[in-house]
Design a protein around this ligand. Structure first.
Ligand code: G4P
Length: 307
């Protein structure tokens, strides 16, 4: 697994969210509609367990609408949970958010018991953009480097509805290998933390199975699921003129083209995971995590025995 990811200050964020969540009625988690499972933070689920949850599938304009429908149905089937899809082109998103939160916590509302909502999301998921739209001003900075934003604030969406921004930065936590690649492809992970060629190969591996015709059309090549990922990357690089000495393909440049075209939806509206696929990956990831923990515990016991 080539994603080198060492998020800092998570313990501070954990503490701050833990304190804040006590006086919160609904937790809104912003997810990237192209990778809802991978862009969720497992620590947040733990800290906010039992609180009504609204999952917002953001950047829906970039995601495959059929997959977004699957994810919405999946979240809506969970108890105490609702979901809606959104993107930055929605000029007045407040109405839908207020309505969904009111349905989740009908006992709240009015000046005596105003609705208090916490909004969370990993970097680059579009939280600042949404908060800017909601607050009607350029309150938070947006930028393309993961984790640039951090201003704690409270926004009144109505006289009796307060939206609190998460204190601290909620970094993604990678338990599932595929999630690391999907987060890197989406732009949620700083570009120094991963190898572009490896991420592009993993991306192409998924795309050739699920979006072969879109890839073929974008790059004007024939794509078959049986094709090796390396051959596909090379064909794309050649087609796009990413060459170096001796007419060899510059694979780094080809990888950057693939990632850029995915991020900008030039290949089409793409989702990198379905609820079913993600559940399978998660199960596998948790099994490996448990095995790692067992090995670590066994090592600790051996060391104790020698001492
Ligand atoms: P963050 O606070 O969660 O870290 O995210 P932020 O709002 O800074 O958004 C990260 C990038 O995602 C920005 O692009 C932003 O424009 C883009 N974005 C936000 N919401 C949407 C959406 O619904 N759809 C699409 N397609 N993009 C969205 P950027 O290239 O970094 O900056 P900019 O020049 O576009 O502002």
């Amino acid at each position: 697994m080539a994603i080198q990811w060492f998020p800092g200050h998570m313990h501070l964020t954990r503490k701050a969210i833990g304190e804040r969540v006590r006086n919160i009625d609904v937790v809104i988690e912003l997810l990237d509609a192209r990778l809802p499972g991978s862009s969720a933070n497992p620590m947040l689920a733990e800290l906010t367990a039992g609180k009504p949850a609204l999952k917002v599938l953001n950047k829906q304009d970039l995601a495959d609408p059929a997959c977004t429908a699957l994810w919405l149905a999946h979240y809506s089937s969970l108890s105490g949970t609702r979901a809606l899809a959104l993107d930055a082109s929605v000029a007045a998103p407040a109405k839908a958010l207020v309505q969904a939160c009111s349905e989740l916590a009908p006992q709240r509302g009015g000046m005596v018991k105003p609705m208090r909502v916490l909004i969370c999301g990993i970097p680059n998921v579009g939280k600042s953009t949404l908060i800017n739209t909601l607050s009607g001003k350029r309150a938070a900075r947006t930028g393309d480097e993961a984790g640039i934003t951090k201003l704690e604030q409270r926004i009144a969406l109505a006289d009796d509805f307060y939206l609190y921004d998460t204190p601290g930065v909620l970094w993604p936590r990678i338990i599932v290998a595929r999630s690391g690649y999907n987060l890197a492809a989406s732009g949620a992970i700083g570009r120094n933390a991963f190898n572009e060629e490896e991420v592009a190969l993993e991306l192409l591996s998924y795309l050739k199975t699920h979006y072969a015709s879109q890839v073929g059309e974008r790059f004007k090549i024939d794509v078959a699921p049986a094709m090796a990922d390396e051959d596909l990357l090379e064909a794309i690089g050649r087609k796009r003129g990413a060459l170096q000495g001796g007419q060899r393909v510059n694979l780094q440049k080809a990888a950057e083209i693939v990632i850029y075209d995915f991020r900008s939806a030039a290949i089409g509206r793409i989702t990198l995971e379905t609820p079913q696929e993600f559940a399978g990956w998660l199960q596998e990831g948790q099994k490996l995590d448990a095995q790692r923990q067992l090995r670590k515990d066994a090592g600790g016991l051996r060391r104790q025995g020698r001492a």
